[in-house]
Design a protein around this ligand. Structure first.
Ligand code: ATP
Ligand code: SF4
Length: 331
């Protein structure tokens, strides 16, 4: 991994128009994705993960808009591109893998046609034989027998369809793959194999992967770094090992304690109290304050900024990590 930033999201605000007013699904999020890393973006349902992923591709639904912020991909400001130019970025630089690939695969087109068409978009001079050969190499690399190339999408299992989506991203030579809940519909064994494969592909093809998931266990399996979102905001970002060993944000701690197997030295599975807030009316101050076991006076009135934690670029939006507070306590 180079440490070079491939994608930088700066102070992003995304709003949906709803019948009851504008809903800020992403509210002032900044996030850097480093070239060659697997970054896990995690949080409970409704925290804005998918909206952030879609905004990064500028693929939002009609009732949504990017109200503010910058999307800097490989030195290019994506917000300044026309829709036509954006299609080139999506078709050649950033690939997406969704939970249900059936929605992205044409049901009446065979897998071979999906992949060879994609190869030819990327390399218009490739002959039919060359495109077929490359398609066979890619699917076999992904653990699918090459005779399955003549199948239609519905003839493949969910896990195979996920791998076809990855093959399409590889066919394009994408720099970045955004995978939104790619393993949610897979059983645990297929999921584990898929995660192993992702790691291998990252190494072999120098891919950068943003893995969006509600399952922090998946992040533990596969990611180098983790970004934890809560109620439209970023709660904590850092390398997986320090974040999992010593979470700096009480929400991250709650998420980790709620997972079987990676529970932090607790005998019984922990359940976080309450649920995420309604984003039409988020609580004042720290949005996690109604659920936080460590809430302090300042938390209900002032939104915490990001404080450095763990060294190595880790950050957490929690007043407990305010160096000023630590200093005044030790006075
Ligand atoms: P999930 O895993 O359940 O999809 P998520 O963390 O990815 O959750 P989003 O889907 O990004 O969260 O949703 C964030 C917020 O935006 C939620 O409050 C959701 O209700 C709202 N939202 C999402 N899509 C729309 C839409 N098309 N119109 C209005 N509100 C939406
Ligand atoms: Fe809890 Fe306060 Fe930290 Fe928010 S800022 S997570 S309420 S301690």
């Amino acid at each position: 991994m180079s440490g070079e930033i491939l994608y930088s999201v700066r102070d992003l605000v995304v709003e949906y128009d709803t019948r009851t007013g504008p809903l800020r699904a992403v509210d002032g999020v900044s996030l850097d994705i480093r070239r060659g890393e697997i970054l896990g973006l995690v949080g409970e349902s409704g925290c804005g993960k998918s909206t952030l992923g879609k905004a990064m591709m500028r693929l939002l639904p009609r009732n949504a808009r990017i109200a503010k912020g910058e999307l800097l991909f490989d030195g290019q400001d994506l917000m300044s591109l026309s829709e036509e130019q954006m299609r080139h970025v999506r078709g050649g630089k950033i690939g997406m893998v969704f939970q249900d690939p059936m929605t992205s695969l044409n049901p009446v087109q065979r897998i071979i046609d999906h992949i060879t068409e994609t190869i030819k978009t990327h390399k218009p001079d490739a002959s039919d034989d060359e495109a077929r050969e490359r398609a066979e190499f890619l699917v076999e690399r992904l653990g699918i027998r090459k005779d399955r190339l003549d199948d239609y999408p519905h003839q493949l299992s969910g896990g195979m369809r996920q791998r076809v989506m990855i093959a399409l991203a590889l066919a394009l030579n994408c720099d970045l793959v955004i995978a939104d809940e790619p393993t949610t519909s897979l059983d645990v064994i297929v999921e584990a194999k898929f995660l192993d494969l992702l790691r291998d592909l990252r190494d072999e093809f120098n891919l950068t992967i943003l893995m969006i998931t509600h399952n922090i266990g998946v992040v533990a399996e596969v990611a180098d770094r983790v970004a934890v979102m809560y109620a439209g905001e970023m709660a904590e970002v850092g390398d997986v090992h320090p974040v999992f060993a010593e979470p700096a944000h009480p929400y991250t701690e709650g998420l980790l304690k709620s997972v079987p197997n990676i529970a932090l030295d607790e005998e019984e599975l922990y359940q976080m109290k309450g649920g995420p807030p309604n984003l039409l009316h988020p609580p004042a101050g720290c949005r996690f304050n109604p659920r936080c076991p460590y809430v302090m006076d300042i938390c209900v009135s002032q939104d915490p900024p990001m404080f450095p934690v763990h060294g190595g670029g880790g950050v957490a939006a929690c007043w407990l990590r305010d160096p000023e507070r630590k200093r005044s306590e030790s006075d």
